[in-house]
Design a protein around this ligand. Structure first.
Ligand code: ATP
Length: 362
């Protein structure tokens, strides 16, 4: 069994290094206790790096990312640093494209004790995963849309090849969740097939893939209705799969249901590589104060353990991922060590230390 894992680390901008440091410490300790070893490799990149060097994603960092077993990324980009055309520096999007990370995985969990703007009926929990296609859709012409004085055009692209990969990924995830007792094995295709031919095409490919998984259920929902049901009955979902822009919007809605960006982890996964990063940005307004919420970064680290463990048939690592998620959720549910974004007064280090203590307490 593989015991040594290289992890490319993009500490990025703003609060990035503040939330990355405690996450790495927790992952290193878990590895030491369970008999596997991580070598964390620092990858300079981001807006501050661009301001210093004129390069936002150096080739050496890209090479390290490509040759590593997984990639951890905190947050990149600063509103004050921009390319000459005025757009923000976002190497995380370049990474997604370069490594073909087509599946953006956004888990949404609401458990007893967690702050949520929803009125949750007693005994209800929410546990679903939104999968956002991350390389095409309405982001296809990102940065090169046509704009003239009186018109602007962007093109939406849906390809059969990427859609098939995406849907297979969604059904395999539903299968894994069903086996782990976390879902009923159902995938919902979220689209706008009643209005756009491109989405009818998307849905048709979904149905063809669904037919290959007779043990799983599949259904469809329009994106507008899905937004409503996210608020009205989010406990009904298991795995949802959708186009890039729809997924971008719905994933922030999902983070809002969980109580905010500070507790929303994510992963961008392809056939050969995966990036694990919190849903939030670099939060420059609170950077350098030691008060950033580390939970979304730590939960992203837990997702990395589960992904690496499944990929390398390392059951202990998968278990460690689940334990780290549960420990973080226990701290959030208990609610006495929370950072300011969650209504508490804890520092980043105090919040991370509470997770370590919860892990030890089992
Ligand atoms: P991006 O465009 O890069 O996603 P953004 O401009 O949408 O970023 P964020 O950087 O995510 O915004 O910050 C949005 C708000 O949420 C800010 O007020 C920020 O301080 C807060 N915030 C984001 N992440 C955290 C965190 N981990 N802990 C505490 N507050 C956070």
């Amino acid at each position: 069994m593989k015991e040594n894992y290289d992890i490319a680390v993009f500490q990025g901008d703003g609060i990035g290094p503040e939330i990355m440091d405690p996450t790495i410490a927790i992952l290193r300790d878990l590895g030491q206790a369970s008999g596997y070893k991580f070598t964390f490799k620092n990858c300079p990149a981001g807006a501050a790096h661009y301001a210093q060097t004129g390069d936002s994603l150096p080739q050496a960092s890209m090479d390290t990312a490509r040759s590593s077993d997984a990639i951890l990324l905190s947050a990149m980009g600063l509103p004050s640093v921009r390319y000459e055309d005025g757009t923000e520096i976002s190497p995380q999007i370049d990474l997604r494209k370069a490594l073909n990370l087509f599946a953006g995985v956004r888990p949404v969990r609401i458990f007893p004790g967690q702050r949520t703007p929803l009125n949750m009926p007693d005994g209800r929990e929410v546990d679903f995963v939104l999968i956002r296609e991350s390389t095409e859709g309405l982001f296809h012409t990102q940065g090169c849309g046509e704009v003239s004085e009186n018109e602007a055009r962007e093109t939406l692209l849906i390809t059969r090849k990427t859609s098939e990969l995406l849907f297979r990924f969604a059904f395999n995830l539903a299968q894994e969740r069903k086996q782990a007792g976390r879902g009923e094995g159902r995938v919902t295709c979220v689209d706008k097939a009643n209005v756009f031919r491109a989405f009818a095409f998307f849905r048709e490919i979904f149905d063809l893939e669904a037919a290959k998984y007779p043990d799983l259920k599949s259904d469809h929902a329009y994106v507008d209705a899905t937004a409503l049901w996210f608020v009205q009955k989010p406990w009904d979902f298991d795995v949802l799969v959708t186009e890039n822009m729809f997924g971008d919007i719905l994933s922030d809605l999902g983070a809002g249901l969980m109580g905010g960006l500070g507790v929303a982890p994510s992963a961008d996964i392809g056939l050969h590589h995966a990036v694990f990063q919190p849903c939030h940005g670099s939060a420059p307004d609170i950077a350098g104060q030691g008060i950033a919420n580390p939970f979304a970064m730590i939960l992203s680290g837990a997702m990395m353990l589960e992904w690496l463990g499944l990929r390398h048939d390392h059951a202990v690592m998968v278990e460690d991922g689940a334990r780290l998620r549960s420990a973080t959720e226990a701290v959030i549910a208990k609610g006495d060590v929370l950072t300011g974004d969650l209504g508490g007064f804890a520092t980043t280090d105090e919040a991370a230390t509470a997770v370590t203590a919860a892990l030890r307490a089992g």
